[in-house]
Design a protein around this ligand. Structure first.
Ligand code: FMN
Ligand code: MN
Length: 498
């Protein structure tokens, strides 16, 4: 069963002993973040801070910070259930170009199901119980500052709603927003993300882009804002698919956009095509500060909220943090989608220490020479996986979620000269080790590389086929004699070892 809004989710977490109400007075400046970090480090519960100094709104952190809570947020008991549903959808929707008529006809029921799950517009909703326009003031929200070197407070769990100038290509993305003043926010969308793309389309016409930012609502919406969907695929339709029911939206009060009706808080405004401000520094999910840089600015035209709104937030930093669970959900949910394009892929692990762009471990069903390199190039060609810096390919049967096992295979199966390949590709914008392009302003000391080109290392740690090593036989890893293993299991009690 899907939760309909953040408060039904809070109730569910509380009933399961997975949420603690903190009644002691706490500060939104560093203190809540320190507590959230400690809770995340010990796999603790979500926390609802009911007494935030200088504020009336409570602050919710850690709602997604466990695999169980993440699954519940998506209306399932286990993420695998969602992954299977998305897998069936991906398999039934014909890939562009090559798909024949039969495949298209087969896909029809799924496509009709998706059409039924398009957002439904209703006239009013709880997110507009209180409306501030001329008196809108971001200072009324208990926005957290997480790390001592942060440039200010940041909204960290926003669903940023935009559309292109024709009102098409609606997009909901999660991009952190620095609070610059009572009615000004920083828009930290990466150049390659869909919000930035819509913004460029408005800027080309010299027009300010309307933006609406929703906080809270069905937790599925928060996840959907982080999901790596291709441009043009509406995150609200995807959210409808995940929850099995259309998302209800209401028209905004001051901008021509619609927002989830059940949100806790909505910030409306516009982003000028020219205006930029210094955004950051920000203690990021890489475990380092991202240095300050110039980003567009949102001018707030309205803030609406529920009468008793809860402010949801997350704290990022060195792993493990709450965002790891959102990202792991994506790793599981999008594996079947990857398989529709690269069918030999068996499993994938983006290990937490790799902060999702630095490392990927991929296991494959290998049947032909050169296949590991082929898979590397496919992975580097797949959406945000293009940023992967270190990519390890192992055989099916190797547990990619066990780092020791993967590194054992790298050591044993790979020759550093024959089985590695160095490539160049897009670097993640947060990768401070990536070279800055010569002559680029980010080549200046203290400025970040801003996602230029970066190196990629692929390691083929698969067992080598005879064709790959001049006919030489390749050894199998050790395995027990199956009959003996079965006998020992059967007789285990007899040995008196436990
Ligand atoms: C907690 C959290 C914070 C994030 N912050 C940003 C951010 O500041 N800027 C950004 O471009 N992406 C950020 N992301 C990643 C995007 O939300 C993600 O890549 C998403 O797929 C982008 O959606 P889009 O493709 O519709 O633009 C963040 C993700 C999470 C989970
Ligand atoms: Mn998108």
């Amino acid at each position: 069963m899907a939760a309909h809004d953040i408060r039904t989710f809070i109730a569910r977490l509380e009933a399961a002993g997975q949420l603690v109400r903190v009644r002691a007075e706490v500060s939104a400046d560093l203190e809540i973040a320190e507590i959230a970090s400690r809770l995340a480090a010990r796999n603790g519960p979500a926390a609802l801070f009911e007494n935030v100094a200088g504020h009336t709104m409570p602050v919710l952190v850690g709602a997604f910070a466990s695999s169980q809570r993440m699954a519940w947020a998506l209306g399932a008991e286990r993420i695998d259930e969602i992954a299977r549903r998305v897998g069936r959808l991906a398999a039934s929707v014909p890939l562009a170009g090559g798909a024949g008529l039969a495949a298209k006809v087969k896909a029809l029921p799924k496509l009709l199901e998706l059409a039924r799950l398009r957002p439904k517009t209703i006239r009013s909703g709880p997110c507009q119980e209180v409306v501030h326009t001329d008196d809108a003031d971001l200072g009324r929200l208990p926005v957290l500052r997480s790390w001592p070197g942060d440039g200010g407070p940041f909204i960290t769990l926003p669903q940023v709603v935009t559309a292109d100038p024709d009102g098409k290509n609606r997009n909901v993305g999660m991009y952190r927003m620095q609070v610059f003043g009572p009615r000004r926010l920083g828009m930290h969308w990466h150049r390659d993300h869909d919000g930035a793309r819509n913004f460029r389309a408005w800027a080309e016409q010299g027009r300010a882009m309307p933006v609406a930012v929703a906080l809270g609502g069905d937790p599925v919406l928060t996840y959907a804002a982080t999901a790596p969907l291709p441009y043009g695929m509406d995150e609200l339709v995807f959210a409808g698919f995940l929850r099995g029911e259309a998302v209800r939206v209401v028209p905004c009060r001051t901008v021509p956009l619609a927002v989830p009706a059940d949100a806790e808080i909505v910030i409306e405004g516009t982003v000028d095509p020219e205006e930029r401000a210094r955004e950051g520094p920000f203690g990021d999910h890489t475990g380092y500060y991202t240095p300050a840089d110039e980003y567009p600015v949102m001018r707030v035209t309205a803030i609406t909220h529920r009468a008793d709104a809860v402010y949801p937030a997350t704290v990022v930093g060195r792993f493990p943090k709450e965002d790891c669970y959102l990202a792991k959900a994506t790793e599981r949910i999008f594996l079947p989608v990857i398989r529709t394009v690269v069918p030999e892929v068996v499993d994938i692990n983006l290990p937490l220490f790799g902060v999702f762009h630095n490392w990927a471990f991929v296991s494959i069903r290998k049947t032909r020479p050169g296949q590991a390199r082929q898979v590397m190039r496919a992975i580097w060609g797949l959406g945000q996986l293009a940023y992967t810096k270190f990519l390890v390919i192992v055989d099916e049967g190797v547990n990619v979620h066990d780092t020791d096992e993967v590194l054992w295979r790298v050591g044993a199966e790979a020759d550093p000269r024959r089985d590695t390949c160095l490539e160049t590709g897009p670097a993640d914008v947060l990768d401070h080790a990536a070279p800055a392009p010569p002559g680029h302003p980010t080549g200046t000391p203290g400025r970040r590389p801003a996602g230029g080109e970066g190196g990629k290392l692929g390691i083929d740690a698969t067992r080598k086929l005879p064709e790959e090593v001049g006919g030489r036989p390749w050894p199998e890893p050790l395995a027990s004699d199956p009959d003996t293993a079965a006998r020992v299991t059967r007789r285990w009690q007899e040995y008196g070892l436990d």
